[in-house]
Structures are given as C-alpha cells and as structure tokens.
Design a protein around this ligand. Structure first.
Ligand SMILES: C[S@@+](CC[C@H](N)C(=O)[O-])C[C@H]1O[C@@H](n2cnc3c(N)ncnc32)[C@H](O)[C@@H]1O
Length: 218
C-alpha cells in the first residue's frame, strides 16, 4: 500500500475530535439511515451491507436500528474506530482496510454505503471499481458526499462555522485534502468506473447539502 493512500485516513490523534464533531451532527446519520433503509433495504431480507470509510460507525449503527436482520460490515484505515464500534451494543463488524483494496471476495454485498468519504479519496475511480467487484450483480452503492450550501439556500449555523474553523486547521496539516467534490467532477469519476448506471441527486440534511450518488451494476 502506498504512503499516499494512507494519508487519506483520519489521523489517529484526530479521531476523538472527529468523533465529538460527528456526534454534534448525529441527526444526519439517523436521517440518512432512514432514507437508505426505506429506499434500498427490504425489511425482511438479511442484506449484507458494507460501509466504506465507516469512521466511528454512526451510520452503520443507525442502519442496524432500522434493519435489525441486516449484516453490517465497516472498513476504515483509522484503527481508533474499532474501539468505538466495539462499544456499540449491536454486532457491527469492523475491518482495518483500504477502500482501494477491499479484503472481500467478489459478489459479496447487497449494498455499499458511505458518507463523507468520496471527496477525500485520491483515486476514487479505483475505489469505486473495488466496490463494483465486491457487489452482487443486483447490488447498489449509495454514496453521500457533502457539498457547500449555495448562498441562496441558507446561512451557516454556528456549528457549521466551528466545523469550518476546524477544517481550516485540518487543511493546514493536510494541505492536499480537497474540500468537496463538485457534481461535474463526480459525474466524470462515475463515467470512468465499471458501473453501468450512475445517478446523482442533491439532498439537504441538517443544513448541509449532499450529493447522493447511486451506482448500479446492471
Ligand atoms: C470524513 S470521514 C467520514 C467517516 C464516516 N463515514 C462518517 O460519516 O462519520 C472519512 C473517513 O474515510 C476514511 N478513509 C479515507 N480514505 C480511506 C481509504 N482509502 N480506505 C479506508 N478508509 C478511508 C477516513 O479514515 C475517515 O474515517
């Protein structure tokens, strides 16, 4: 694994701070989990789901609330997240792994989910092709990635201002880290993957705008 790829991860010393910040925004995970469950996970099917770049596992935990019979796996490069996931009362599987080299066989998952990861990847096409490989033929990937609210659609909350300041600090340490993925760039990335169908929508959760990317194998 190249050192370049490793840099995408949240540094271990930053994980506790990220955890606190993401907790402030916990409603986001509840809302996204409800949306994903409603749209993509049948209630009576034991779906096998992978969260790529799972972080502290908030989305996984909320999907498990919505769909108790689903089997959830999360992967991430930050070791610290496994501690948080172990504290969760549900059985959430965590694996320390790189999205670019998923440690799973082909045709393994019904659904891949992700929040806030795509824009940070240095090789998103390769990572999405790994998703393609491990998805079943009927499988889908649903990827949410934050984009800025337009000036017309809202003002920044205090919470988002604080996050902005912390982000500036983060950028100083990791200057190569891109802030967000413009929709046209997302479209271009999708066009360079093996996915047959790719749809991009715009969603607002908790005063934050998101690209919602739905990828299908067939
Ligand atoms: C902004 S955080 C989002 C975490 C979580 N999905 C959430 O919404 O709270 C991005 C996560 O992606 C992980 N990550 C980045 N690049 C990765 C890679 N190549 N393989 C695995 N995880 C990666 C980081 O370590 C980090 O936990």
């Amino acid at each position: 694994m190249s050192s370049k790829i490793k840099k995408e991860k949240i540094p271990e010393f930053f994980a506790s701070l990220y955890y606190e910040l993401a907790s402030l925004n916990y409603q986001l995970y509840i809302d996204v989990a409800k949306e994903i469950s409603h749209e993509f996970i049948p209630e009576n099917e034991a779906f096998i789901i992978l969260d790529i770049g799972a972080g502290p596992g908030f989305l996984m935990a909320e999907i498990a609330e919505q769909r108790p019979i689903a089997k959830l796996y999360g992967i991430d490069l930050t070791r610290k997240w496994s501690e948080y996931l172990q504290q969760n009362k549900r059985q959430l599987d965590f694996c320390l792994a790189d999205i670019n080299f998923l440690p799973f066989p082909e045709n393994n998952f019904d659904l891949i989910i992700s929040t806030g990861v795509l824009h940070a990847l240095r090789g998103p096409e390769g990572a999405l092709n790994e998703c393609y490989r491990v998805l079943r033929s009927t499988g889908k990937a649903v990827i949410y990635d934050p984009i800025p609210l337009s000036h017309k659609t809202g003002t920044l909350s205090l919470e988002n201002r604080i996050k902005g300041l912390i982000y500036k600090f983060y950028k100083k340490i990791f200057p190569g880290h891109p802030k967000y993925l413009p929709p046209e760039k997302a479209r271009d990335i999708i066009a360079h993957t093996k996915f047959i169908k790719g749809k991009i929508e715009s969603r607002i959760f908790e005063n934050q705008n998101y690209l919602k990317i739905i990828l299908e194998k067939c």
